[in-house]
Ligand binder design. Sequence first.
Ligand SMILES: [Zn+2]
Length: 136
Amino acid sequence: MTSTYADPRTQPFWDAAKEERLAAPRCTNCGTFRLPPSPYCFVCQHREVEWIELPGTGKIVSYTVIRHPLHPELAAACPYVSGVVDLDGTQGAGARMLVNIIDCDPDKVRIGDAVEIVWEHVNDDMTTPRFRPVRS
Ligand SMILES: [Zn+2]
């Protein structure tokens, strides 16, 4: 079934997400990950991709703490952390995700922190990734 939130280019990501698998498109010509999915490779302009399953772990490379809601309905969610995660298994080849970092103290999040994926079942049609700090 096609997700309300997907298009043909992103559908494989959402299909994998429903099964709690993180999949990313990789250029079949040069190996660059194209996440978010793009019609052409930004390195070699090749069109074709193969979908690679990733372990769902990574490190925070940038983040911000949102303390003021963009919409009144989001007031209860504040403060929360939005961050960019460099995904393990991609050798720094373009696979980063902008995600919410959950289950954390927003004042203790740091660049370089190890994080792992947590799947949130939004509804019957959509499961979306979040990340949380890896606890040792
Ligand atoms: Zn390429």
